[in-house]
Design a protein around this ligand. Structure first.
Ligand code: UQ1
Length: 426
């Protein structure tokens, strides 16, 4: 008898005007803006994690420039107080019923939904990768996880030479610059540790080019040449054999053809995939990403649903900077819809940024739009390795993230860019 009552209570339906799935960067940036407009019982945020991680810092942690601990805060400090935090994971979305089901069976209904669920890392897509990361941490590392990032700096710093291979996977990933940033930092560390002449540094990427934007690709090719790095394109890591220290890559231009590399150090760029509950939902496109209108972030089929960040099919790089450039556009469009207004809202231009740290004290600050056209903030050529860009990345952006972006008060550098560039043309 009692268990029936308890089950009834625990599956009791709850309704909110606005539900946000995900309390990462995108979810909090949007929820914080709405928390000023709606009351606590009108807005709910669904997220099980009790820790919020500043993931853009993981590359720096891998190089010993930050500690993993300083990149983390308790989620209770981050979630806006004027919202209801539902500490569960979403397990299903039924958009026709305006309903989200949670992993504990509870059902939540909404008038409006923001999906900001992020993307999941899938080391299991590479045969032997998890085994190697877990059992051979002196030779196989990866910055793309809370667990594995803690081991990266020690391993890089204790490396005594040999074949050092860095990989970029055959799936869309968050921060597509990171697999090569950690390589440049490692290469710099090897020089400092006087083992560079005993080391071959290799970048094996599944992509056809080092970087998708011509201007920065050209700059990075110069770096690769100057630093004597071997670049191999269209190679996708499919298997790690920890026992024989072999990495097996598929040649994507000749599917089924494998190439084996011996390694002494292997940094794995993690394959990623959309979360299953989204991929199998009516919100997904053919690849499992939430299908949004790229200028407005509104869902293509369900007008009361919006999405932001890594879970979307926005054709731009998945970064915190992309969230900075798009969160106010999402929020203004959604407020128009809620209030039945048609105030003009700028279209999202795809702004994203990738601070390509190329060594200790050096960084190429790539910023670009949907068309791969540079959209640089600073009134100087950002295609160059600059100390200023490095300081912005290492010392300025973390506090902008914690104090402004997730608090809903950072809408990207568009205004700064216009100011600087107006100044230049005068
Ligand atoms: C940015 O706003 C941001 O979020 C705070 C990042 O993520 C950490 C970035 O990497 C970048 C480049 C920006 C853009 C900001 C400026 C000042 C160019």
């Amino acid at each position: 008898m009692y268990h029936i009552i308890i089950r009834r209570l625990s599956t009791q339906q709850h309704h909110y005007k606005l539900v946000v799935i995900g309390a990462g960067c995108g979810g909090l940036a949007c929820a914080s803006k709405f928390a000023k407009k709606l009351s606590k019982n009108e807005i709910a945020i669904i997220d099980k994690n009790d820790t919020h991680i500043y993931q853009p810092g993981w590359t720096l942690a891998g190089a010993g420039l930050k500690t993993p601990d300083e990149l983390e805060k308790s989620q209770s400090q981050c979630i806006p107080t004027n919202t209801t935090w539902i500490q569960s994971n979403a397990s299903q979305i039924q958009p026709e019923k305006n309903l989200v089901e949670l992993d504990d069976g509870k059902q939540i209904t909404y008038d409006y939904l923001i999906v900001a669920a992020g993307i999941q890392t899938r080391y299991d897509k590479i045969k032997g990768a998890i085994d190697a990361l877990d059992n051979d941490p002196k030779h196989v590392v990866s910055i793309y996880s809370r667990k594995y990032v803690r081991n990266v700096y020690n391993t890089l710093n204790n490396f005594r030479g040999g074949e050092a291979i860095f990989t970029f996977p055959g799936t869309p990933i968050k921060c597509p610059g990171a697999p090569q940033k950690i390589m440049y930092l490692a290469e710099d560390l090897f020089r400092r540790n006087n083992i560079r002449d005993k080391t071959t540094v290799i970048y094996n990427t599944a992509l056809p080019v080092i970087f998708g934007v011509k201007k920065y690709a050209a700059a990075l090719m110069e770096v690769v040449k100057a630093r004597n790095i071997q670049l191999n394109t269209r190679l996708n890591l499919v298997e790690v054999r920890a026992n024989s220290k072999e990495a097996i890559f598929e040649n994507l231009d000749q599917p089924g053809t494998m190439k084996t590399f011996k390694y002494d150090l292997l940094h794995i760029g993690a394959p990623m995939a959309p979360y299953e509950f989204l991929a199998k939902s009516p919100l997904a496109d053919a690849n499992g990403f939430v299908d949004v209108v790229k200028e407005t972030l509104q869902h293509k089929k369900f007008p009361n649903i919006f999405a932001i960040g890594d879970c979307t099919n926005l054709p731009t790089s998945k970064t915190a900077a992309a969230i900075a450039g798009s969160n106010s556009i999402l929020v203004r469009n959604l407020i128009n819809l809620m209030d039945g207004k048609s105030d003009s809202v700028p279209k999202y231009d795809g702004y994203t940024s990738c601070p390509l740290v190329t060594g200790f004290g050096k960084c190429i600050l790539a910023e670009f739009d949907f068309n791969g056209q540079p959209l640089e903030t600073l009134p100087i050529d950002q295609g160059k390795e600059l100390r200023l860009s490095y300081i912005l990345k290492k010392d300025v952006m973390p506090s902008m993230y914690w104090n402004m972006l997730i608090k809903g008060t950072w809408n990207g550098p568009g205004t700064l860019r216009k100011m600087f560039h107006l100044g230049m043309t005068k």
